[in-house]
Design a protein around this ligand. Structure first.
Ligand code: GLN
Ligand code: ZN
Length: 764
């Protein structure tokens, strides 16, 4: 076959109508039994394969489907069960009960940790080594390969998480023992591959995204050993060593690895790989899998531009040695645009979700194979061109005023008029807050009643006025509660918001919302990110009314509550015709307008949340500084224009802070609150080490559990923090917003928190 092959790396699990999520939740709640569940999951799995076949895909990935997470699948397949789950483990195939206990916890044992999959918003279950000894409990790729062949007649491409990435994502072993773990797991990989070889699998996709991060010389030697061993162990099966999310580190060395094919990401930062191919060529004995369709974004590809890239590549690598494919698994985009009925035509026509991305892949491949390089002659290419043109000529796409303001803002240094040390004195004088001031992070419980009210209002059943009064009633109730508890800085409670990004997106120009654009975040939990398609433009104040109303009810300060520009950016699908820093700067200018509106309305403590700041961090250490620089700058654009006495707060949820504290200092917030109760000690010392010297509240209790912590527990947390941080700068607050909690536990916990603060004050 002297033709280029089209393929893909993985498909969304959740299903067009989130049927996967429903099947899972119905099983977990006991509404369906195990047989029904297994049967349903098989149907879903096969229907996804059939859908890919219908889109015209030649080489269909199998085994990427999961009941929860593919990293957990890999750990389970190797029997890597943490000791605390030993009671559920009979040593055979991991049962559903054990699998979900590891994912979600059981009565006796806490769930395994969950963390972000590279720089995506997908979260995987962190494998724990050092429990049971590894053994091959089942050959999962083999079974799924077989199933696909038997049920659909498809000879699929089994997908396997590569050993090196798997180990790098695992915990429970010392770095110097990695070789020993390779020694234990490599023979198991060999068995999987040998059995697949016997079953007739021609190709296996081995995912090693870790190869796009900066590896040490020793790491690279280990990767080489792993793949030399596997080639020897199963010489009849071809390995496609698949990378994604960025360009591979050390191109020349990587493409020499002893495998039959290398998969590279040619989108985003990966585009530099074209340069490398031009410069150093590509080995004559390998297949090059060209990840050309962006699997991280929802926009139609510019096919003409993609064809140009392919024309260049085919001049170096003959087309019969090319695979054409999306840049990564389509797990990170929604299933299909077919369910979108409410979007403006020009936006809808410019979107491509998973199915549409497969179609683009198939089309590009056939154009290459048929030598149809000339776009005007091709109807499909022409319609692609027209769709992109219609998107690009929308008036919302370009607002000169916004462009100019954003450009100016990017160029200015966006600093507060006075340094923190001086602001601090002026603010102390203005606010006269007590020692260890207490506050909360913003939201209070979103009860069923509140959700019902919002639904009634959205559906038109409730008038604008009725809903407004309802929200005011909630605010009034919670201002009274906060006063009664004795908190020092109050909040209005965010009752009018469903989601901290969606709320602002709906009020700004430049955003649209899909009706069905869900993607998996973790387990059965899905998110529907807003879509930024135009220049982000401030229309009118978004939060002033509720905040001012809250402030009118109390003599204590009420903090205004906004979502920061970087978080809005990182939790949205972003237009791909502008650099991300420019979009961030546009959002920052819009948020600055809101900050100024609040200040003018007399709200002079304003919190700008940035929980997703870390999520945009590039994978390569050498690129981190540049990102942090523009991200921090965006925050400063949003916040720095206020008066000296106006107190800017920010909040971040738990993340790794150790390499970010300098960036946090550069944000120059007067007060930061951070989620810490789960790893308090570590964090306290990070901030101490970096001599963080601005206002700081390290969450004194975990809001993820309904448990009401005692006064003493919280006092212990405070005690420890005060040993190293300046008590004069310390704030008392919970870990995060309280919207997922019940009312009773919230009130009780806050009472204990204020009591703990009072005890410290009294003892001073
Ligand atoms: N202000 C938001 C809240 O309280 C912050 C949420 C977050 O940090 N994710 O809900
Ligand atoms: Zn938080």
């Amino acid at each position: 076959m002297s033709q280029a092959v089209n393929t893909s790396l993985g498909y969304p699990r959740i299903g067009l109508k989130r049927e996967w999520k429903r099947a899972l939740e119905s099983f977990w709640s006991g509404r369906s039994d195990e047989d029904e569940f297994e049967k349903r999951m098989k149907e879903i799995r096969l229907s996804h394969l059939a859908a890919q076949q219908r889109q015209g895909l030649d080489l269909i990935p199998v085994g990427d489907f999961s009941l929860y997470d593919h990293v957990l699948d890999t750990a389970a397949m190797f029997g890597l069960v943490p000791k605390r789950f030993a009671k559920l483990d009979d040593g055979g195939k991991i049962t559903n009960e054990l699998y979900f206990a590891m994912a979600r916890g059981s009565k006796e044992a806490a769930a395994c940790e969950m963390t972000k999959w590279f720089n995506t918003n997908y979260h995987y279950i962190v494998p724990e080594l050092g429990g049971t000894e590894p053994s091959l409990r089942e050959n999962r790729p083999l079974q799924l390969f077989r199933e696909t062949k038997q049920e659909l007649g498809i000879t699929g491409k089994p997908v396997l998480l590569g050993l090196f990435t798997f180990l790098k994502l695992s915990k429970g072993y010392a770095a110097q023992d990695i070789r020993q773990w390779i020694g234990k797991l490599l023979p198991l990989y060999a068995v999987i591959l040998k059995e697949l070889e016997q079953e007739g699998a021609a190709w296996v996709q081995i995912d090693e995204p870790i190869l796009v991060t900066e590896l040490t010389e020793e790491d690279r030697a280990l990767v080489n050993e792993i793949y030399s061993y596997l080639r020897g162990a199963a010489p009849g099966v071809n390995l496609m060593l698949q990378t994604y999310f960025d360009a591979v580190d050390r191109y020349e060395q990587m493409v020499k690895l002893p495998v039959a094919g290398i998969g590279l990401d040619f989108t985003g930062n990966g585009a530099v790989q074209l340069e490398q191919i031009r410069k150093s060529g590509f080995p004559l004995d390998k297949i090059l899998a060209v990840g050309l369709i962006d699997g991280r974004n929802i926009w139609r590809a510019d096919l003409e531009q993609k064809l140009k890239v392919l024309a260049e590549i085919t001049a170096i690598v003959p087309k019969e040695r090319l695979w054409i494919q999306p840049s990564c698994s389509l797990l990170h985009v929604p299933v299909s645009t077919s369910e979108e009925k409410l979007l403006p035509d020009a936006v809808l026509d410019a979107l491509a979700f998973a199915n549409e991305k497969i179609s683009e892949t198939v089309l590009l491949t056939s154009l290459v194979n048929e030598g149809r390089w000339n776009s005007v002659e091709d109807a499909q290419l022409l319609s692609n061109k027209v769709a992109l043109m219609e998107l690009n000529t929308l008036p919302e796409r370009r607002n000169e005023e916004v462009r100019a303001a954003s450009r100016d803002a990017q160029q200015q240094d966006a600093a507060r008029a006075l340094p923190f040390a001086q602001r601090r004195l002026l603010q102390q004088k203005k606010w006269m807050l007590p020692f260890l001031p207490s506050t909360t992070i913003g939201s209070f419980p979103q009860t069923q009643e509140i959700r019902n009210a919002r639904r009634a209002w959205r559906s038109g059943e409730w008038s604008e006025e009725r809903y407004r009064l309802f929200v005011q009633e909630q605010i009034r109730e919670w201002i009274a509660i906060q006063e009664e508890i004795g908190l020092d800085v109050l909040v209005h409670g965010e009752f009018e918001r469903t989601d901290m990004v969606e709320f602002f997106g709906e009020k700004l120009e430049g955003f649209v919302f899909t009706s069905n654009g869900w993607v998996q975040s973790y387990g059965s939990r899905c998110v529907k990110p807003p879509v930024i398609y135009g220049d982000v433009t401030f229309r009118s104040p978004m939060t002033v009314e509720e905040t001012v109303y809250a402030q009118s009810l109390t003599a204590k300060p009420v903090k205004g509550m906004l979502t920061g520009p970087v978080t809005i950016l990182n939790w949205s699908f972003v237009r791909d015709d502008l650099p991300r820093d420019e979009v961030a700067s546009q959002i920052a200018v819009a948020i600055r307008n809101e900050v100024q509106a609040l200040e003018q309305a007399g709200i002079e403590m304003i919190q700008v949340d940035e929980p997703a700041l870390r999520e945009g961090l590039p994978l390569k250490a050498s690129q981190k500084d540049r990102y942090l620089q523009w991200a921090v700058h965006a925050f400063r654009i949003a916040t720095a224009s206020v008066r000296d006495t106006t107190q800017i707060h920010t909040h971040m949820c738990y993340c790794e802070f150790h390499d970010m504290i300098d960036a946090i200092r550069d944000m120059d917030a007067d007060v930061i609150s951070i989620e810490t109760s789960r790893s308090h000690g570590e964090l306290v010392s990070s901030f101490e080490e970096h001599r963080y010297g601005q206002g700081i509240g390290l969450g004194v209790y975990d809001i993820h559990s309904p448990r009401v912590p005692s006064v003493e527990e919280m006092s212990n947390m405070i005690e420890r923090a005060l040993q190293v941080l300046d008590p004069e700068l310390f704030w008392i607050n919970p870990d995060c917003g309280l919207k997922t909690r019940g009312k009773h536990e919230t009130v009780e916990s806050l009472r204990h928190m204020v009591e703990a603060a009072n005890q410290f004050r009294a003892a001073r």
